[in-house]
Design a protein around this ligand. Structure first.
Ligand SMILES: Nc1nc2c(c(=O)[nH]1)N[C@H]1C(S)=C(S)[C@@H](COP(=O)(O)OP(=O)(O)OC[C@H]3O[C@@H](n4cnc5c(N)ncnc54)[C@H](O)[C@@H]3O)O[C@H]1N2
Ligand code: MOO
Length: 409
């Protein structure tokens, strides 16, 4: 049977980034840059004042002291946005505001609080270091500097820098549109009171939210009936609208588990069905042309874990991110864990991880059945127990996938 590593590899080998498009900065937050971006310009664009005060020649003030203040003649006022029409000559200064261009001849700025002022003069009572309180043209960003690498998710700071260097638009991979189908005659909307044998549809909310948390756009097709014609019709519609398709339920070996058969009737090519893991064993993956299709088991915990482990990296690749995976770590599993003897499946355990004295420690959220949805309230990591290991001693080390929303740029 396919191992989790093989499953992930065969998914990622088939998924390619969506064609890039150029979007205004205001629409680019969180999207991956399609190529490296270099600065075409320098920042700051001109040498300017870092303080409200007076633009001066430091040499004029070399002998200034409280007993012998140096008085300079003020040539005029420079607000930010103004440009000086005269140079600072010996014995003169410009009054200058933060951000205003430094006049020719000046090499330093005296902060206003270090001066005594008159209508057209200023007195300084101590010398100052040449070059102080000025920001040199290009001292922050040189033209040609590499700003953003390909595949980086754009953050607010990136957008500010791109604006500053004159990139009003940026070429990015678009958000993936992801059809999310939940299937099952037993399902009702969250707002409804379930009748006999019915349950509320948890997956449509959890999975659409996971898709949205990846930066993709979920297109919900909630509670598709366990009926071949209905399922085929909804899948056709989903295929027309989405870049990727997720179904939950109906993927196992039950009498009403039609998803596999219908997908293949519609032309989807099976890559694998069933993975040697618990939960999520019945996971299936198909390609329909260039669109990935995931058949995810219906148990809500299994469904969320499969989205976390397989769908999320695939959606990140579709959206062009260089970084596909969550951070990994190793932790001591307090209390240990006992599985089924001789089980040759990888086990994903929901755990709560915390840092203590520089070391990561984890404990199980509680019972680990795939129907224990309440575990998802508490988990911030998955412990991945390798196939063939059917117990972890108390305090034994386990690999962790840290699932809490972390920095994923
Ligand atoms: N004979 C076998 N039976 C089962 C096997 C197996 O290998 N042999 N595998 C079990 C495992 S593991 C899982 S997981 C499930 C997966 O089955 P399906 O994907 O076909 O899922 P369903 O049967 O449709 O539903 C399973 C379970 O989850 C509930 N469910 C489904 N959708 C939702 C939803 N949107 N929101 C909340 N809960 C949902 C559903 O009512 C069922 O209780 O198969 C096992 N059986
Ligand atoms: O593996 Mo099922 O996916 O246990 O819930």
């Amino acid at each position: 049977m396919t191992t989790p590593a093989e499953a992930l590899q065969s998914i990622l080998a088939r998924v390619a980034p969506l064609p890039p498009r150029t979007l205004p900065l205001a629409e680019a937050l969180g999207l991956a840059a399609a190529g490296a971006i270099r600065s075409a310009e320098q920042v700051p664009p001109f040498t300017n004042s870092a303080m409200d005060g007076y633009a001066v020649r430091a040499g004029d003030l070399a002998a200034a002291s409280a007993e012998h203040p140096v008085r300079l003649r003020v040539l005029g006022d420079l607000a930010a946005g103004a440009t000086p029409d005269r140079a600072v000559a010996a014995g003169t200064a410009w009054r200058i505001m933060t951000g205003a261009p430094l006049p020719e001849g000046a090499d330093s700025v005296v902060p206003v609080e270090d001066t005594v002022r008159g209508a057209d003069w200023v007195e300084v009572r101590k010398p100052l270091r040449e070059g102080i309180h000025i920001r040199l043209a290009g001292e922050d960003i040189q033209a040609g500097l590499a700003l953003v690498e390909a595949g980086r998710g754009l953050r607010p700071g990136d957008l500010g820098v791109l604006a500053a260097v004159g990139h009003p638009a940026v070429t990015v991979h678009p958000r993936a549109r992801v059809a999310v189908l939940t299937t099952g005659d037993e399902l009702v909307e969250a707002s409804e009171r379930p009748g006999p044998g019915q349950i509320r549809d948890a997956n449509i909310h959890a999975i659409c939210a996971q898709v949205a948390a990846c930066g993709a756009v979920p297109i919900p097709f909630a509670r598709v009936r366990d009926d071949r014609a209905t399922l085929a019709g909804v899948l056709r519609e989903a295929m027309g609208e989405a870049d990727a398709i997720l179904t939950t339920g109906g993927i196992s070996v039950g009498d009403y588990d039609f998803v596999k058969a219908i997908l293949e009737e519609l032309g989807a090519q099976r890559v694998f069905w069933k993975v040697a893991q618990k939960p999520g064993g019945p996971l299936g993956f198909w390609m329909l042309g260039d669109k990935p299709v995931f058949g995810i088991p219906g148990n809500p915990v299994a469904a969320m874990l499969m989205v976390e482990e397989y769908v999320r990296p695939a959606l990140r690749r579709l959206m062009g991110f260089a970084k596909l995976h969550r951070p990994v770590a190793e932790a001591r599993l307090e209390g240990g864990w006992t599985g089924k003897a001789g089980d040759h499946r990888t086990t994903f355990l929901r755990v709560v991880a915390r840092r203590e004295g520089g070391q990561l420690r984890a404990r199980l959220t509680g019972p680990q059945g795939s129907a224990i949805l309440s575990s998802m309230l508490h988990t911030n990591a998955l412990a991945v127990v390798p196939a063939g290991m059917d117990r972890v001693e108390p305090g034994g080390m386990v690999p962790l996938h840290l699932t809490e929303e972390a920095e994923d740029h």
